[in-house]
Each structure stands twice: as structure tokens, then as C-alpha cells.
Design a binder for this molecule. Structure first.
Ligand code: SF4
Length: 293
């Protein structure tokens, strides 16, 4: 991939993408209230789940748990229950553990330092950078799949980035950081990838940087790497775990083991998935082999 030193019009790129964002950004609750805690909760929820599904759950969480202390004071089972159908429910447990650590180690305030954020349960490189940037205005590279695709197209002239983040990509992203407004640049490039430069059907006609995009200028050459992986779902352990967890979420108390047969017929797979829910701490054993959140 090219470096920004070879990219012709970096200032125009910054200005146009940020101006577009200021005018067009979606009105999202964590943007209306960009305090550290709402930003942190939104970043956990958005890791694997689209915005439209996250918004109602996020708003319910903020009403019930407006601070880390409020979440930490409730049970982790309640966090899983109110995670609803966002998927990957271990995120709820990690967020609960992170809230507990924030109360115990940081006086109940999300810490501003990236190193402290990284030490929290469930906070990896991307999430720490996103919180530092969006909540604290830090100058951070925030490299999610949308941003990676946008940079690959505009600067790299390619349809898609590599499967995993490369050192060259990270270096390019550093070079592309504007001297000011790096937090808005991070949010703007992410938004551009989410709503305009989508993976399958980019809407170049409304893109603010159409004439600066190398992939478009090259005539949209097709991706040359291995076929991109789709996410299989039907019949997988993930689907099975989701069904089992929904039974637990909807129940008022312990659920007898035989009730799970109705939602998943394959005995071996069902038992394996129930075991994994217990192992992950998403379910607990009740009396007589029943399960409870
Ligand atoms: Fe994406 Fe099209 Fe804009 Fe290039 S011109 S960044 S492909 S939306």
C-alpha cells in the first residue's frame, strides 16, 4: 500500500471528510452524549453488532446503568439478560467486569489513559483507542474494518484491505492522522465507511472524496486476494448458544435441563453448548441440574 507521503492531496482529504461528517453524521445517542461511560458501552456493543440493533439496547442500558458504579452494583446475570439479542454475550460479562474494575481501581470514572483502558477486561487495542479518541479527544489511530476499507480504497487503490491489520496499514493510518481534529477524523472515516463506502455497494456518487479515490480512478479493480470469508450461522454452535441463552433470558428463574430440548434437537451439540455457556460464566447451575443466568 502507498504511504501518505505519496498521497497527493492529504489536506483536501482531511477537510472534505471532516466537513462531510459535520454535515451528514448520523444522530446517534453516544454522539449526543460523548461522555466516557456511554462511549465505552457503545464501543463494547458495536464490536460485532450493527448500529440499528445497538441503539435501543444502549438506551435501555444507559437508563438502568448511567454510571460504571450502577452496573457494577447489579449482577452480571442481569447484564447478560439485558444484553438481549446483540450476540456475542460474553461482551456483557466483560463490560460488567470492566465496570467493577473502574469502580475498584479508578474511583468509578473511566480512566483517560490508554494504558489504563487497555488493562480493563474486554478492552483491546481498538476499543482503547476508540474510547481515548471519542471520549477524551486524544490523537489516536482508530482502525476498525470500515476505516481500513476506506483507506485501502482511497489511498491504496484496492477494493479491500488484508484479512488482518498489517504494519504497513498501521503506519499509513499514522501518516494520515491530521495534526488537529484527529478525533473527528477517526469518527468521520469510520462513518464514511459505514454509510457511503460500504463493502459491497459503495455509493461513490455521494462520496465527498470521489475525485481523490485511487480505487475509483483505477476503474474499481476486483479484489485479488483469497475469497472473503462469509459468516456461517445456521446450525453453528453460535446459533445454538443464542437459542439456549434466549430461553434463560426469558425465564424468571431456573430452567430445567429438559426445556432446552425444545429449542435445539441435536443432543450432542446442545450439551456442548450448555457446557460452554457454563464455562464462560454466562449461565450457572441451579438445583437439580437446572440452569440460571
Ligand atoms: Fe469509497 Fe467510492 Fe468514495 Fe472511493 S469514491 S472512497 S470507493 S465511496
Amino acid at each position: 500500500m502507498s504511504t501518505s507521503a505519496q498521497y497527493d492531496d492529504i489536506e483536501s482529504l482531511h477537510t472534505r471528510v471532516i466537513d462531510w461528517f459535520d454535515a451528514q453524521a448520523r444522530d446517534l445517542p453516544w454522539r449526543r452524549d460523548p461522555r466516557p461511560w456511554p462511549v465505552m458501552v457503545s464501543e463494547f456493543m458495536l464490536q460485532q453488532t450493527p448500529v440499528v440493533r445497538v441503539v435501543p439496547v444502549f438506551e435501555a442500558w444507559m437508563t438502568r446503568w448511567p454510571t460504571p458504579a450502577a452496573l457494577a452494583a447489579d449482577s452480571s446475570g442481569e447484564a447478560v439478560r439485558r444484553w438481549g439479542r446483540l450476540g456475542y454475550p460474553r461482551r456483557a460479562l466483560r463490560l460488567h467486569a470492566a465496570a467493577t474494575a473502574i469502580v475498584e481501581q479508578h474511583g468509578g470514572e473511566v480512566p483517560p489513559r490508554r494504558a489504563d483502558l487497555l488493562a480493563l477486561p474486554g478492552v483491546g487495542d481498538y476499543t482503547a483507542s476508540a474510547i481515548a479518541s471519542f471520549a477524551f479527544g486524544d490523537r489516536q489511530v482508530v482502525l476498525d474494518t470500515n476505516v481500513r476499507r476506506v483507506f485501502a480504497r482511497i489511498v491504496g487503490g484496492r477494493q479491500f484491505p488484508a484479512d488482518a491489520v498489517t504494519a504497513a496499514e498501521r503506519s499509513l493510518a499514522h501518516d494520515l492522522l491530521p495534526p488537529r481534529d484527529a478525533d473527528r477524523w477517526a469518527a468521520a472515516t469510520m462513518e464514511l465507511g459505514a454509510v457511503v463506502c460500504s463493502a459491497r455497494s459503495p455509493t461513490c456518487a455521494v462520496c465527498p472524496v470521489t475525485d481523490l479515490c485511487r480505487w475509483r480512478a483505477a476503474g474499481y479493480p476486483a479484489h485479488e486476494g483469497p475469497a472473503r470469508r462469509g459468516q456461517a450461522w445456521a446450525g453453528t454452535d453460535r446459533q445454538c448458544r443464542g437459542r439456549l441463552l434466549a430461553v434463560l433470558r426469558d425465564a424468571d428463574g431456573p430452567v430445567p435441563a429438559q426445556e432446552f430440548r425444545d429449542v435445539w434437537a441435536d443432543d450432542t451439540q446442545r450439551e456442548r453448548c450448555l457446557d460452554s455457556l457454563l464455562d464462560d460464566g454466562l449461565a450457572h447451575l441451579g438445583a437439580n441440574g437446572s440452569l440460571v443466568l
